[in-house]
Design a protein around this ligand. Structure first.
Ligand SMILES: [Zn+2]
Length: 342
């Protein structure tokens, strides 16, 4: 008899290890404890026919086995239920937070796509630059007063011998790429260059020391001021909508001649006059001009062989207008309450 009980216990332990879900558990339960055919139940039925001695000898062990099987199965059922709750697919999922591109980067991609559609190449350039490419090659020699127009971060590091120029600066504009690009490419070409530029300025609502900027230039035979005006008008209409007007007013930048400041009609008041446009109906958003022949010469092109135009704009300035945001510093503060709105 003891052998029978021992065999039964081994068989149960083997079955137990195969239980994977509720239905296999139920099958095992029926196999051992089922009311009619359960193996344990049958032994208890048989108990009635046992002699007193046999009952005394084995009754306790049989009871013990039954109790053990019941407890084990109950325990198993409990863990299976807990597991089931964990994988219950009908329970609504917790939606994970997903990040997204910064609004300035979104705008940058959008404008890159517009220029790409016009056939422009998209390039990057170095942020740490020699004063040759940042100033000198752009018709801004060392003693030129225009250097004061741009408060510059000069870097206190040794100048590598292979670069022309005396000092290393954090680039004050992406125009540092004009001569760098032209030295390596033969016209005609058109290129836009997004990236960061640095100005030694103190922070307020409309000034930063680091600007997300985009510049571009087109060089070829007979590239004209009209080509420039059309291109920039087209891009502004793509960014701000077909109703926006653009105008160019004469200005001065040493590396372009003639130079212009580009304005768009105020999106806030639709040109009627408000505090954003200082009652003028117009907001300045870009600078541009025909590339100075001295810059083309510094790139190794023959005098008069090519003409070209260049332009540049601060992406945060455009974003301020596009999204009607009052303070430029919001873009750099990384406050999720602000960023999640984009
Ligand atoms: Zn206005």
């Amino acid at each position: 008899m003891l052998d029978t009980l021992k065999k039964l216990q081994n068989e149960f332990e083997h079955d137990l290890s195969n239980i994977a879900d509720g239905s296999s558990l139920q099958n095992i339960k029926t196999k051992y404890l089922g009311r009619k055919e359960g193996l344990i139940t049958l032994l208890f039925e048989d108990l009635k026919n046992w002699s007193i001695e046999k009952k005394k000898e084995f009754g306790g062990s049989l009871n013990e086995l039954k109790r053990k099987i019941e407890e084990t199965l109950a325990e198993k059922e409990k863990t299976l239920t807990e597991k089931n709750v964990f994988v219950d697919l009908s329970i609504p999922a917790i939606k994970p937070e997903v990040g997204h591109m910064h609004p300035i980067s979104q705008l940058q991609k959008e404008i890159e796509d517009i220029f790409f559609g016009l056939g422009f190449d998209v390039q990057l350039g170095p942020e740490i630059e020699s004063d040759y490419y940042n100033f000198e090659a752009l018709n801004i020699p060392e003693d030129h007063p225009a250097r004061d127009m741009q408060d510059t971060f000069y870097m206190d590091i040794e100048h590598p011998k292979k670069h022309p120029g005396k000092n290393i600066v954090l680039r004050t504009h992406i125009s540092n790429m004009q001569v760098r690009y032209m030295e390596k490419h033969k016209p005609p070409f058109s290129v836009v260059l997004p990236g960061r530029v640095f100005r030694n300025e103190s922070l307020d609502a409309s000034h930063e020391h680091t600007y997300q900027y985009m510049e571009g230039f087109v060089v070829g035979k007979n590239v004209s001021y009209a080509n420039m005006a059309w291109t920039l008008d087209y891009v502004m209409k793509e960014v701000f909508g077909k109703d926006v007007q653009t105008k160019l007013l004469p200005s001065y930048f040493p590396f372009v001649e003639p130079a212009a400041e580009g304005f768009i009609s105020c999106l806030v008041c639709k040109g009627k006059g408000c505090s954003v446009c200082k009652q003028t109906g117009w907001v300045e958003v870009f600078g541009c001009g025909m590339i100075h022949q001295k810059v083309l010469a510094a790139s190794g092109y023959k005098q008069g062989e090519y003409t070209g135009f260049a332009f540049g704009f601060g992406l945060s300035r455009l974003a301020l207008m596009k999204y009607s945001i009052p303070d430029i510093r919001l873009f750099a503060e990384n406050d999720l309450r602000f960023l999640n709105q984009f």
